[in-house]
Design a protein around this ligand. Structure first.
Ligand SMILES: *Cc1c(COP(=O)(O)O)cnc(C)c1O
Length: 465
């Protein structure tokens, strides 16, 4: 089959893009001035741009292309499903085979009694569902005032009104009237940046106990749920100290607060288990899923709900749903993606082969003069850039200045590595091989070297006061 090639020169594509396409989380004018990079093809862990340059995608798109690019099986399933039943809804006492099969599979894969799935088109939508579901749950149980959801500063749960409110991103809250009422944020377990003189273990406990403090302040009868990512992704791949999650679980149990694990990144193998909740040994009442559920090949998200929560919700009419909840093509593609992950033992590949290999290479980056700490769980990792490793100092320059410089060097060196402030993050496709990890690390080191040179030349190796 011939490739779908460009019809126009890159510059022309960029010009039209700038004229008509509004990019998410982007300053449009700045991007228009330099022109967006046009990605035309992808295979395995590599993207190809319109100039024919191959780029190693160490972010798996947006943390989602778990099985890698270019798997024909997913395209074939989508085509077959579109011909057989391209669309039907599940609102009107109807259902269809792909959604039945996917639900059974997710119930089997999800831990404990998480056996019921409410579908959405994305992670944001699924978290909006969760917000309404936990409040409805308590209202059904005669506690309509138990409606506050506690979340974390610098958590990410999406960018719709509900999910953006659950998230703790100041940039999102600053536009459009967020957060909506009855969302309460507590500080994150980010030891490197906020741990001060405490040991990581003590700090992890202290930050978990912020949840207890908030529950006691608000009143146990007001708090419906706590939502968090097992490992914060968009916040900078922040791996909590080992003491954090056990204490959170204890507190949720003690006060009857539902635990929502946002598994949109951590789910489907990213941390070396099917779900991050298994890696962190927690028992959520609801898990949010999206991204890796379809390896990003098609939009789909959902809430995987416990027997107890489903029992209460199913006893009433839950006035909620999306036109594309349980879309048959998306469900069929997701199911095929799960088949590939399972039959090809991709999680075993992560756990036993490539995550240990990547961990060793990644942690060795701390020998670089710019790199403070290196953290990694499974296939999500981060490094902190710092002007002073001993004091864990931030740069005197505006947060993100050095991180952005490093990201630009990576892009120039054919590596997609993102920055969050002055942290560099990776989340490569799970199918990456050790040989490809070597290339990733080689390009990352080269980019760090070039960044360091530029930082020195510009006199930016200065600690914030
Ligand atoms: C990406 C993400 C979301 C939002 O998913 P969308 O599909 O972009 O709406 C929610 N939670 C987490 C943890 C995410 O990383």
């Amino acid at each position: 089959m011939p490739a779908i090639t460009n019809h126009m020169p890159t510059e022309e594509l960029q010009r039209i893009d700038a004229a008509h396409h509004m990019h998410p989380f982007t300053t449009g004018d700045e991007l228009s001035a330099k022109g967006a990079r046009v990605i035309t093809r992808a295979k395995g862990v590599y993207l190809t741009d319109s100039e024919g340059i191959e780029i190693l995608d160490a972010m798996a798109g947006l943390w989602c292309v778990n099985i890698g690019y270019g798997r024909d099986e997913l395209a074939d399933v989508a085509a077959r499903q579109m011909k057989e039943l391209p669309y039907y809804n599940t609102f009107f006492q109807t259902t269809h085979v792909p959604v039945i099969a996917l639900s059974q599979k997710l119930a089997e894969l999800a831990p404990g009694d998480l056996n019921h799935i409410f579908y959405a088109g994305s992670g944001s939508e699924a978290n909006d569902t969760n917000l309404r579901m936990v409040r409805t749950y308590w209202a059904q149980k005669g506690k309509p005032d138990k409606n506050v959801v506690i979340a974390r500063w610098n958590g990410y749960h999406g960018s719709s009104m509900g999910s953006g409110s659950l998230g703790g991103m100041v940039g999102i809250h600053s536009q459009g009237g967020l957060p909506i009422p009855n969302i309460h944020h507590i500080p994150q377990p980010h030891w490197w940046a906020e741990g001060g003189d405490m040991s990581p273990e003590d700090f992890g406990l202290a930050r978990a106990q912020e949840l207890e403090k908030a529950i006691l302040e608000l009143g146990e009868d007001r708090v419906a749920a706590f939502i968090a990512e097992p490992v914060q992704g968009a916040g900078g791949v922040i791996v909590p100290p080992a003491t954090y999650w056990p204490e959170i679980q204890r507190i949720c149990d003690k006060y009857g607060v539902l635990l929502i694990a946002d598994e949109v990144i951590c789910g489907f193998g990213r941390t070396g288990n099917w779900f991050g909740s298994q890696t962190m040994d927690i028992r959520p009442d609801i898990m949010t899923v999206a991204k890796g559920l379809s390896s990003g090949y098609i939009p789909i998200g959902g809430s995987i709900v416990s027997d107890e929560v489903a029992k209460v919700i199913n006893a009433c009419e839950f006035n909620h749903g999306y036109t594309y909840s349980g879309h048959p093509v998306a469900a069929a593609v997701a199911l095929e993606n799960l088949r590939i992950i399972e039959e090809e033992n991709i999680i075993g590949h992560v756990r036993d082969v490539v995550a240990p290999y990547l961990k060793e290479k990644w942690e060795a980056l701390t020998d670089h003069p710019l790199v403070g700490e290196a953290r990694i769980v499974g296939m999500m990792g981060s490094i902190a850039l710092t002007p002073n490793k001993a004091t864990r100092a931030a740069f005197a320059s505006e947060a993100g200045t050095v991180g952005y410089m490093c990201r630009e060097r990576c892009f120039a060196n054919a590596l997609v590595m993102r920055h969050v402030g002055d942290r560099m993050i990776i989340s490569p496709p799970l199918v990456i091989t050790p040989a490809e990890v070597d290339i990733l690390i080689e390009r990352a080191r080269k980019s760090l070297d070039e960044t360091y040179e530029a930082v020195m030349a510009k006199g930016l190796m200065q600690a914030a006061a």
